[in-house]
Design a protein around this ligand. Structure first.
Ligand code: BGC
Length: 453
């Protein structure tokens, strides 16, 4: 990475892993008494999913979980970040418990521990029970209690074996994709709904943390996506636009959690759609957390654009390598993200809970190998960026590659492949890509392979 000459080093107990999420890999969404989620519905809404793809089968992980843990073992993973499908545990989202749904995750946790892999569950990775959406979903203030009740059930079942929990995955994406622009479930498009959904997501997080600290024995945190914003010019309008973009995406969730207040810029962005919230809500949201998960993929160079709704800020395309999802490869942004968190929020313990890239994977070589040099390169530069942040004093304790498996990339379907393991969706055959082999070497050498050792 340009500018970085330091030797790559990671602490001795650094936690190396890979991540997935329930709807993206499990398949069998209604098996064993599970209820439908909003993704079940969204994938059946004409025009919303690339290629008409659905999560009905996905990686068939719900049936192949044991083989998948064996695969993790082959890669040498020390941790596995996965999510729990709320509607498997509570088919209607509240009330009646489906013991078989909970058992699935209990068996998975046991199998991981048998293989010396630390389980890192996330309670909510976007697949809201459809029955709750019928009651308003994230727009209904009662959802904080529904979420805490669900969380309590899962803690009671798994906290004897799980030592590190996450409440939500990327609440910003839930509101931006699900309530503001409508590209993700539940597909709403409302400037008036987005801040309300955001607030109740945060209240739900706070309620689940509070519940955990009352009864749980270990550590709990939240996972956010951070995309650092760099102003295209030093002009006043571009600088102000960059601050709005940064407040909206990077501070909207972390400021309330760590500092107890929303960024001022949100009022400017949402205007008459920005509600006033009671102090008691802000206190609920600001529960002390034990760790922070950061998902990093790319950066954004920002300029003022009067027509960009609702931010009046737009990205400026860079002349640089981009992934298949059109995201600029910019490893320096990960160092900048981690040092920004250290400075702004008091150096909390951080795990990079997702980092990776969708690239076109060339056809299998004659000897069966899947050579994915761009993904290998992405991991190399981004891991060097993490090491640099640690050298600069950031308390980074682990790294999870996104993703263990090629999977359903939400509305973009199966065509965008993020896996370090290739999945043939017709046969469900898994093949470790070269990036997976490279990552296994990273783990085995605690990162020293990055020094060309
Ligand atoms: C999400 C994942 C997603 C990945 C790549 C994150 O926004 O947590 O579910 O697949 O990024 O887009």
């Amino acid at each position: 990475m340009p500018g970085i000459t330091r030797r790559v080093r990671f602490p001795a107990n650094f936690l190396w892993g890979a991540a997935t999420s329930a709807y993206q890999i499990e398949g069998s969404p209604l098996a064993d008494g599970a209820g439908p989620s909003i993704w079940q519905r969204f994938t059946r809404t004409p025009g919303m999913m690339a290629n008409g793809d659905t999560g009905d089968v996905a990686c068939d992980h719900y049936r192949r979980w044991k083989d998948d843990v064996a695969l993790m073992k082959r890669l040498g993973l020390r941790a596995y970040r996965f999510s729990i499908a709320w509607a498997r545990v509570l088919p209607e989202g509240r009330g009646r418990v489906n013991a078989k749904g909970l058992d699935f995750y209990s068996r998975l946790v046991d199998e991981l521990l048998r293989n010396d892999i630390v389980p890192l569950p996330t309670l909510f990775h976007w697949d809201l029970p459809a029955a709750l959406d019928d009651r308003g979903g994230w727009l209904n203030p009662d959802i904080a209690d529904w979420f805490a009740d669900y969380a309590n059930l899962v803690y009671a079942k798994l906290d004897d074996r799980v030592r590190q929990w996450a409440t939500l995955n990327e609440p910003w994406v839930v509101t931006d994709g699900g309530y503001l622009h409508g590209a993700l479930a539940p597909g709403h498009r409302s400037k008036f709904e987005a801040p309300i959904a955001a607030h109740h997501l945060l209240r739900a997080h706070g309620a689940a943390v509070q519940a955990y600290h009352a009864n749980g024995k270990h550590r709990i945190g939240i996972v956010v996506n951070i995309e650092p914003k760099y102003s295209a010019t030093q002009g006043a309008e571009d600088l102000a636009a960059t601050k709005r973009a940064e407040a909206y995406m990077n501070r909207q969730y972390l400021d309330p959690v760590f500092l107890g207040a929303y960024p001022e810029e949100l009022r400017e962005i949402f205007d008459e759609a920005w509600p006033a919230w009671p102090d008691a809500d802000m206190a609920l949201i600001r529960q002390p957390i034990d760790w922070l998960g950061v998902n990093y993929y790319t950066r954004n160079v920002t300029r003022f654009d009067a027509n960009a709704y609702p931010l009046r800020a737009a990205p400026v395309k860079q002349d640089a390598t981009c992934t298949e999802t059109g995201w600029e490869v910019f490893a320096q942004g990960l160092t900048d993200t981690l040092t920004w968190i250290k400075q702004r929020y008091g150096n909390p313990p951080v795990y990079v809970t997702e980092n990776g890239a969708a690239f076109y994977d060339p056809p299998r070589a004659a000897d069966g190998r899947i050579d994915d040099p761009l993904r290998v390169d992405y991991f190399k530069t981004h891991l060097a960026a993490v090491s640099e942040a640690i050298a600069q004093g950031c308390d980074v304790r682990g790294y999870m590659a996104w993703s263990l498996l090629d999977n359903l990339e939400w509305s973009l379907g199966f065509a965008k492949r993020f896996g370090i393991v290739h999945v043939d969706f017709a046969t469900q055959v898994r093949t470790i890509k070269n990036s997976g082999k490279f990552y296994a070497d990273v783990i085995a050498t605690n990162g020293d392979v990055l020094n060309g050792a």
